[in-house]
Design a binder for this molecule. Structure first.
Ligand code: SAM
Length: 296
C-alpha cells in the first residue's frame, strides 16, 4: 500500500479499496451535522436527520476499523449542534453508536477552546468545548503514556510541599503511614500520578486554542491536538490515517513527528490545499514532498 499519499474521493469507498490492518491510529474530524456544504455528492453532514448522519459515520468507521491494526486506535473529534434550541448530543450519539458497532470506547476528552467564538446566547452557557473520543479496535492496543505526560500541578522540583521533593526518582519508596501505610500498589500509583519525573498522566481536559489556516473556510485542527493523539498512539515510523483530511493538518503533523500518513478527502480543492500545505511544510522539516498524489 502506498503511504504519504492523499486520496481524493469518498471516505468509505476509498477505505474499501485499502488492505486490512495497516494503520496504527486514525486521527480525524468528520463534518459536523448540518454545518457546512462540502460540495460533493456523497459528502457527509447534510443528512436530514441525526440518525441518518450517525448511520453514515458508523459505515465510514466500520470500514476504517478493518484497515486498523489489531493494536490500533481511533481519535474522533466532534462538536455538538443545536436545532430549534434543542441540543442534539451529537458527539455522544456517535460515540455510543460506534461502541454498539464493535469499537471499544476508552476515553472522552474535553477539548476546551479558550478562544472559542463568543455567542449571543442569554439562556444557557456559551459552548467552548468539543469532544475527542479515544476508541480502540481491541482490548490490547498501543498507547504510549510517557509520550504525552503533562507537568505536575501539585508537586514540582521546587515544591515546598512537605516531603514532596524527596519522592522524586524514588518509585516504590514513598513513605506513608496511617490507614494506607504499607500498601505498595497504592504508593506506586500515587508516585506515578504525583512524582513521576516525566510528569503526571495526561488528563481528560485539554486546553488548546483554535487555530486558523488562511486558505480553509472550515475549522482546522490545531496542531498540538493532533500531536498528542499521534504521539500516544503511533510509534515513530508508524502509519496514521485521516479519512476527512481537509486542509491536511494530520498529514503535516504526522510527517513532522516522523510518522507516515494516508489522507482522504472528497473535495478536490481541499485535496489540493493539503498538497500545497505539505509541499510548503516538508522542506522546512528537511523532507522532500513525495510525488504520490492519487486521483480517484
Ligand atoms: C471538518 S473538515 C476536516 C478538517 C481537518 N481536520 C483539518 O484540519 O483541516 C471535514 C472534511 O471532510 C470532508 N468530507 C465530507 N464528506 C466526505 C466524504 N464522504 N468522504 C471524504 N471526505 C469527506 C470535507 O471535504 C472536509 O474537508
Amino acid at each position: 500500500m502506498k503511504t504519504n499519499i492523499i486520496h481524493c474521493g469518498d471516505a468509505t469507498e476509498t477505505l474499501a479499496s485499502l488492505p486490512a490492518e495497516q494503520f496504527d491510529t486514525i486521527v480525524t474530524s468528520p463534518p459536523y451535522f448540518q454545518q457546512r456544504n462540502y460540495d460533493y455528492h456523497t459528502q457527509i453532514g447534510l443528512e436530514a436527520t441525526p440518525a441518518e448522519y450517525i448511520d453514515r459515520l458508523v459505515q465510514v468507521f466500520r470500514e476504517a476499523r478493518r484497515t486498523l491494526k489489531q493494536t490500533g486506535t481511533l481519535w474522533l473529534v466532534l462538536g455538538d449542534k443545536y436545532v430549534k434550541r434543542q441540543m442534539l448530543g451529537m458527539p455522544w450519539r456517535a460515540a455510543l453508536a460506534l461502541q454498539d458497532d464493535g469499537w471499544m470506547l476508552r476515553s472522552d476528552v474535553i477539548w476546551h477552546k479558550p478562544n472559542a467564538m463568543p455567542s449571543p446566547v442569554k439562556d444557557r452557557p456559551t459552548t467552548d468545548h468539543e469532544y475527542v473520543f479515544l476508541f480502540s479496535k481491541s482490548d490490547n492496543y498501543y498507547y504510549d503514556i510517557d509520550a504525552i505526560r503533562e507537568p505536575h500541578v501539585t508537586f514540582s522540583e521546587g515544591s515546598k510541599m512537605r516531603g514532596g521533593r524527596n519522592h522524586f526518582f524514588k518509585r516504590g519508596s514513598t513513605p506513608e503511614s496511617g490507614k494506607n501505610g504499607g500498601q505498595a500498589n497504592l504508593h506506586n500509583g500515587r508516585w506515578d500520578q504525583a512524582f513521576h519525573p516525566a510528569g503526571r498522566n495526561k488528563r481528560t481536559v485539554w486546553t488548546i486554542p483554535l487555530s486558523k489556516f488562511r486558505e480553509a473556510h472550515f475549522a482546522v485542527f490545531p496542531e498540538p491536538l493532533v500531536e498528542t493523539c499521534i504521539k500516544a498512539s503511533s510509534p515513530p515510523g508508524g502509519l496514521v490515517l485521516d479519512p476527512f483530511l481537509g486542509s491536511g493538518t494530520t498529514a503535516v503533523v504526522a510527517r513532522r513527528l516522523e510518522r507516515n500518513y494516508v489522507g482522504i478527502d472528497c473535495n478536490a480543492d481541499y485535496c489540493q490545499m493539503a498538497e500545497r500545505r505539505l509541499s510548503a511544510a516538508l522542506p522546512t522539516l528537511g523532507m522532500k514532498r513525495e510525488n504520490t498524489k492519487s486521483k480517484k
